[in-house]
Design a protein around this ligand. Structure first.
Ligand code: PLP
Length: 400
């Protein structure tokens, strides 16, 4: 397959630059999981040997995940996803503390797993304050402080944003919540494996996690619950997950999550260096080669692999499709909203004009991305942007 025009035809590559949507399962992770589908398939609740082997595998995975986030194993509860962990944290905290107050604080840039759960709480009669963020995507500690009321029972602020990669000052925000005796939850689905997280140092009460963003399988997540926080169960039935989350364990998923967590811990600093270097090279080259572009979100407090870029005078969906034809996978806004043409709530919150939101693309780089991949994408991107701008019906005189 070739790509490009004229005499300089390039070999077509498949380049995946959507690691924030999901990651491939690493081979070491898959190899660790395989026996648990077939030979070691026992139910962890069964008392005979094959069941106990499964139980031990779940315990090991719990230890590995706890080790990645600086927690104790008894503080890690497996769920079906990051989304479930977010739902559990918000709904059950709100219900359990409703006699103290009915006010919850979160931000306007959260993932839909938090946004829609917050809306459910609003329908139940809770009041939710949706904090504004700055142009850099950061939550100001002063803005949080000003929003706190005597009836505030929960603050939920994401660790790192899925669209623009902004990393929040979590320790400072958690401290403010605790000074006011408020529970602090953080959705760390995007931060896990990309940022050093020590829940003890950061003093987080509840934290949501997901395996498929750290080279583990899909459909398995976890909620960290600090020892002493009395969060009620949210699924009832058997005694699994220390009686807090009933249902026969997703054994292979848990084993995979554990292995992915172990690898993430070992590789964290190398991963950050390698991915940041490629990301910086990519941004530098895009801004050098293509006119009328800008990067969204803080460059300083940013996930290593994230480059969210606005291309003026371009329809992001058209660019996405041209890149796809060239073998390059990227996303407009978050994966969950990539089928909807509603402008990204995150870009709206940082003040990007609606017309420009439609010209914004999220590129996310990961462990399997190479410099050759980036060079290939840079060429495909320059060519595609040029092509679209030539045929664009959107006039540069329209005031953008
Ligand atoms: N929170 C954030 C910040 C995310 O980026 C995602 C997934 O994109 C989720 C929650 C949901 O996690 P899961 O896909 O495991 O449900």
């Amino acid at each position: 397959m070739t790509y490009g025009n004229g005499s300089e035809k390039k070999e077509k590559r498949q380049v995946y630059l959507d690691y924030s949507a999901t990651t491939p399962v690493k081979d070491e992770v898959l190899q660790e999981m395989i026996p648990y589908f077939t030979q070691k398939f026992g139910n962890p609740s069964s008392l005979y040997t094959v069941g106990q082997e499964s139980k031990n595998a779940v315990s090991l995975a719990r230890e590995r995940l706890a080790n990645l986030i600086g927690a104790q194993p008894r503080e890690v509860f497996f769920t079906s996803s990051g989304t479930e962990a977010d739902n559990w944290a918000l709904i059950e905290t709100a219900h359990a503390r409703s006699s103290k107050g009915r006010h919850v604080i979160t931000t306007k840039i959260e993932h839909h797993a938090i946004l829609h759960t917050g809306e459910v709480l609003e329908k139940e009669g809770f009041e939710v304050t949706w904090l504004d963020v700055g142009k850099d995507g950061l939550v100001s500690p002063d803005v949080l402080r000003a929003a706190i009321r005597p009836d505030t029972i929960l603050v939920s602020i994401m660790f790192a944003n899925n669209e623009i990669g902004t990393i929040q000052p979590i320790a400072e925000l958690a401290k403010i919540a605790h000074e006011n005796e408020i529970i602090f939850h953080s959705d760390a689905v995007q931060a896990l494996g990309n940022v050093m997280i020590d829940v003890t140092e950061l003093d987080i009460d509840l934290m949501s996690l997901s395996a498929h963003k750290i080279y583990g399988p899909k459909g398995i997540g976890a909620l960290y619950i600090k020892h002493g926080i009395n969060l009620p169960a949210h699924i009832y039935g058997g005694a699994q997950e220390m009686k807090k989350r009933a249902g026969t364990e997703n054994l292979t998923g848990i084993v995979g999550f554990g292995k992915a967590a172990e690898l993430a811990k070992i590789n964290l600093s190398d991963h950050v260096i390698q991915v940041t270097e490629l990301r910086n090279y990519f941004i530098e080259q895009v801004t050098e080669r293509i006119e009328d572009v800008f990067v969204n979100g803080s460059m300083e407090h940013r996930l290593p692999g994230n480059a969210n870029i606005t291309f003026k005078y371009i329809e992001g969906e058209a660019l996405l499709l041209l890149l796809d034809m060239a073998g390059v996978a990227v996303s407009t806004g978050s994966a969950c909203s990539s089928t909807s043409l509603a402008p990204s709530h995150v870009l709206e919150s940082i003040g990007v004009p609606v017309e420009m939101i439609h010209g914004s693309i999220r590129f996310t780089i990961g462990d399997f991305t190479t410099k050759e991949d980036i060079d290939y994408v840079l060429e495909a991107l320059s060519e595609s942007v040029l092509k679209l701008r030539k045929i664009s019906s959107v006039s540069r005189d329209s005031g953008w």
